[in-house]
Design a protein around this ligand. Structure first.
Ligand code: BG6
Length: 509
């Protein structure tokens, strides 16, 4: 659990949580482990029920058994190398039940409704329900409509009903708007929790604290002092078993308007008036709305895509994207994307934000690198120093979470020479590591009704608006794929994006 939460927060109030997609991967890998961590931290409601809903034929017992296996593996992997705390696990599983149902069938929602009223009586959930849509995106709209028709979404007698919607929220601007309209015809905005798990990461939440709770940084956080910003979300994994999903999605849709733009917004936003959900979200949306939406003809100068070929990772040969399971051998889907963004507001005008994300890159690293402007070189002219020191502030989001500052220092000795040095803060040194999936905070926040870390409709739509011309341009142009080797820094074309501006990417190492 996040450090502060575990030490300061109280258990959430009574509710039941329905997980649609209960037999799926997300439930097993992230939602149930997050519930387990919340239970260990004593943050779940005392009166609580979990209802799994899925098409798969399960009984209560074998659903629980499949989760028990997974949780055992999870606590080992999670760096704890522990045994499952059987008291906690029993507490959790005694609150679980399973409903076999079809998302398209009204009768299934009636079945769910009776199960919920049964648990209201037995587990005291007070008629407060979280509906977690851990299902394929094509079912989001229909499921919400069924929740409306069955009366399950209606908030009466002081109880609440909240719906958590996973990504991808739409495939483009048009479909995101259609989906919003569809769900807003059933729910009001305050009932909708559009999840982006990057916001569950402590290091992402810390960007606001770092900027706004420390007096030092704000005065230099602007176009007067910052030269440019590089945001990297590099992964070593390929598409694994997700070929079918990825063939319809690609790196741009999968990562940019959601995860990467969260990092852009946190870095670029103005200080909100408070940490209330709407104050924070309004500032974030303003930052994304200030990004210039480029004309179709300008896409090639501002966007680069790539697809990995076979290569080597950690000394092991790995397949190219086109050889992955469920991927077409002629696929033109991108597994890498780099964009140059111009944020046209008073703070950032003239400061490019370069972003890149890709699969099968040299190492796993998510980082925001802020390059400050250099000093005038005149002073150093008669020394051996050829160039002033580059000053970089690095927000290390994952792994090796922390913050570093790189600057120049005089190398001891009789002559004036400059060496590159680095100051480092590591989360682990100060706060230890607490096992977390990143979903704990988010699930807890839904239960207590805090939407700060969730996306409002305008956040999502402004993100899609920026990437839409790129999607359109790429849909009409055939790429020369594959164009980077697995285990490399990504395609050479991405280097040109910065070279053109007299800059270079930091190495992914
Ligand atoms: C998911 C994407 O949303 O985020 C995946 O669909 C990606 O393709 C993942 O691998 C990255 O998340 P994390 O937390 O592992 O950095």
């Amino acid at each position: 659990m996040p450090h502060d939460r575990a030490s300061g927060a109280k258990p959430a109030g009574p509710c039941a949580m329905v997980i649609f997609g209960a037999a799926g991967d997300l439930t097993k890998r992230l939602i149930v482990p997050a519930l387990y961590n919340l239970a260990c931290a004593n943050l779940l409601p005392k009166d609580f029920a979990i209802i799994g809903f899925d098409l798969a034929a399960h009984t209560n017992e074998d659903w629980e058994a499949s989760l028990a296996e997974m949780i055992q593996a999870f606590v080992k992997e999670d760096g704890r190398n522990e045994q499952v705390n059987q008291n906690v696990w029993k507490w959790l599983t005694s609150r679980m039940s399973y409903v076999q149902g079809d998302l398209n069938d009204p009768a299934s929602y009636e079945k769910l409704k009776s199960k919920l009223s049964e648990t209201d009586g037995k587990k005291g959930s007070d008629g407060n329900y979280v509906f977690y849509l851990a299902i394929a995106d094509r079912f989001f709209g229909t499921t919400v409509e069924h929740l409306g028709q069955s009366g399950l979404a209606a908030q009466n007698n002081g109880n609440w009903r909240r719906v958590v919607i996973e990504k991808p929220f739409g495939r483009d601007l048009g479909s995101a708007q259609v989906l919003d309209k569809q769900i807003l015809s059933v729910l009001n905005e305050s009932q909708i929790y559009r999840i982006d798990h990057f916001l569950g990461k402590e290091t992402v939440q810390n960007i606001m604290m770092f900027r706004f709770a420390n007096g030092l940084f704000e005065p230099v956080w602007n176009r007067d002092r910052i030269d440019h910003v590089q945001i990297t979300v590099a992964e070593t994994v390929g598409v694994e078993r997700r070929g079918k999903f990825y063939e319809k999605t690609g790196a741009l849709r999968d990562m940019v308007p959601n995860h990467v733009f969260q990092l852009v917004a946190m870095t670029a936003m103005e200080a909100p008036n408070s940490f209330s959900a709407d104050a924070v979200r309004s500032e974030k949306v303003k930052a994304i709305q200030a990004i210039r939406v480029c004309h179709l003809k300008d896409v090639p100068c501002n966007a680069v895509r790539g697809q990995y070929a076979a290569g080597e990772m950690d000394g092991q040969a790995v397949a190219g994207y086109r050889q992955e399971p469920d991927v077409s051998p002629e696929s033109n889907i991108e597994t890498y994307v780099a964009l140059k963004l111009a944020i046209e507001n008073w703070r950032w005008s003239g400061v490019p934000f370069y972003i890149r994300t890709g699969k099968r890159l040299a190492i796993r690293k998510t980082q925001i690198a802020i390059k400050f402007k250099e000093t005038p070189a005149a002073l150093l002219r008669d020394t051996q120093v050829k160039k002033p020191a580059p000053n970089w502030l690095l927000l290390r989001i994952q792994p090796d979470e922390g913050i570093s500052f790189e600057f120049g220092a005089k190398i001891p000795g009789p002559t004036m020479r400059l060496g590159d040095v680095r100051m480092d803060f590591k989360y682990q040194d100060y706060f230890g590591t607490a096992p977390a999936t990143g979903y704990e905070t988010l699930i807890y926040d839904v239960m207590i009704g805090d939407a700060t870390l969730f996306q409002r409709a305008d956040n999502i739509e402004s993100g899609w608006r920026v990437v839409q011309p790129v999607l359109d341009y790429w849909a009409a142009e055939k790429p020369k794929f594959p164009n980077y080797d697995a285990g490399s820094q990504g395609p050479a074309e991405a280097d040109d994006l910065l070279k053109h501006d007299g800059r270079a990417w930091r190495a992914i190492k």
